[in-house]
Structure formats: structure tokens, C-alpha cells
Design a binder for this molecule. Sequence first.
Ligand code: FES
Length: 102
Amino acid sequence: MAKITFITQDKETITAEANSGSVMELAVNHNVRGIDGDCGGVCSCATCHVHLQAEDMEKVGRPNEIEADMLELDDNVSEHSRLSCQIPISDALDGVVFKVVN
Ligand code: FES
């Protein structure tokens, strides 16, 4: 089980727990504003863009080439960007904080 925190653009903090699915699915299921998941999680819309804290990058991992290409289309891309639909939930994510980008 991983306890994951989202911080929205308007500074709302939402913490949720899960042990399966993707980070995007968890956010959508908890009505996290700014995570829409329009493409259903197939890495083609970037409406699930999040920024990680630098210290969490190793836990979560870096985007693969396809994800990185999609992120490049977003003006708010940073070295700490991920598409949350591409992050499977596991115990390793316990305590990770995701800042919602849009
Ligand atoms: S939900 Fe579309 S790219 Fe993540």
C-alpha cells in the first residue's frame, strides 16, 4: 500500500492510498483538480502531467522516450516532469508528493 499526496495548482492537498493502478487513476478517482486523464492513460494527451520533488525522482523513475516526447509538447515541462498515467502504483511510491501542473 502506498500513501500518495497530490498538491493542486490552487494549493489543495489530497492524500490517497492505493496498491494498484496508475497514479493518474488514483488522482481521477479522488477528483484531484488538474488531472483529467483524457486519453485514458495511453500517453497521448498530457492531461495527467505532474512535477515531482527532486528527491522523489529516483523512487518514481524517469520517463521513457515516448513519454518524454509527449512531455516536450507541454510548455510546463521540467526535469521533474512525469505523466502520471505512466507511473504504476507500488509500495515504492509510499510518501511521494506529486504537484499537479495544470
Ligand atoms: S492520461 Fe493521457 S497522457 Fe496520461
